[in-house]
Design a protein around this ligand. Structure first.
Ligand code: PEP
Length: 276
């Protein structure tokens, strides 16, 4: 059975002092949760601090991106192997803010996934449509295109690494990120089921194991309805990750939802979802 996963994406926030207080609060409250893995993805410069503070805790840590290069004349880039040296378990890849600000293509995002996997990291690969794409009835098509390089672009060796390191997919509708307007549980469930079905086309067993988390204005007030959906395996949080009580509350809600899912009879098998 898949554990829930709750990951904080701190984005461009934090200071040594603020991080210390936030991480201490998280450590105190998140040591006894069952069925939920927790992590924070911080700016690179704070990975050393995260490693020092979290290494004996239940909270994992990660980066917000990794380079598509191994090494060389690439000013300001940080490689997957470098972040792995700081004990990172995860790296977010292909976040919509990177896609929009830095024009990162699916091809580049896939290269970053490969580098993360070869460094032993778990990539959290982000997909999601804009509001115009959803309004134009293109949401599934856009997500399908973003997923294609992962589902069919990884060769057998890379796909085996994706399974070994439990690659994660984050469905983050762009219109829901930082807007306070979250996807409805039904909208999110439908897309998560679609993503799982795509993965099942290549590897049915992995499709039942891979965690597909939801991101986009997830908050303590909507977490229960979203995280209780059968194909939603946790959350990627922006704003709520910076407020200790909110992050902790969402992790506790995830534990509750996980308990309910474990008590349910049979985990559902991925079903085909039409593009219509
Ligand atoms: C994000 O940027 O990954 C995110 C989910 O942000 P927020 O929770 O603030 O919508």
């Amino acid at each position: 059975m898949r554990n829930q996963l709750v990951v904080g994406n701190w984005k461009l926030h934090g200071s040594l002092l603020e991080n210390q207080s936030l991480l201490n609060l998280l450590k105190q409250s998140l040591h006894d949760l069952h069925g939920v893995d927790t992590a924070v993805c911080l700016p690179y410069v704070y990975l050393f601090q995260a490693q020092a503070m979290l290494q004996d805790s239940a909270i994992a840590w990660g980066a917000q991106n990794v380079s598509q290069f191994t090494e060389g004349a690439y000013t300001s880039c940080v490689s997957a192997a470098m972040v792995a040296e700081f004990g990172c378990r995860y790296s977010i890849v292909g976040h919509s803010e990177r896609r929009a600000l830095k024009l990162e293509s699916n091809q580049v995002a896939t290269k970053r996934v490969l580098h993360a996997l070869h460094a032993g990291l778990t990539p959290i690969f982000c997909v999601g449509e804009t509001v115009d794409e959803r309004d134009g009835g293109m949401a599934e098509l856009i997500v399908k295109n973003q997923m294609l390089n992962i589902v069919y672009g990884l060769d057998d060796e890379a796909f085996a690494l994706a399974k070994k390191f439990n690659m994660v997919i984050a469905y983050e509708p762009v219109w829901a990120i930082g807007t306070g307007q979250h996807a409805s549980p039904e909208q999110a469930q439908r897309m998560h089921a679609f993503i799982r079905w795509m993965i099942a086309e290549r590897d049915p067993e992995f499709a039942t194991q891979i965690r597909i988390v939801y991101g986009g204005s997830l908050s303590p007030s909507n977490a229960q309805s979203l995280l209780s959906m059968p194909d939603i395996d946790g959350g990627l949080l922006g704003r709520a990750a910076l407020v200790a009580e909110d992050f902790i509350q969402i992790c506790r809600t995830a534990a509750l939802c996980q308990h309910q899912k474990q008590s349910a009879v049979e985990p559902p098998t991925p079903q085909p979802v039409s593009l219509a």
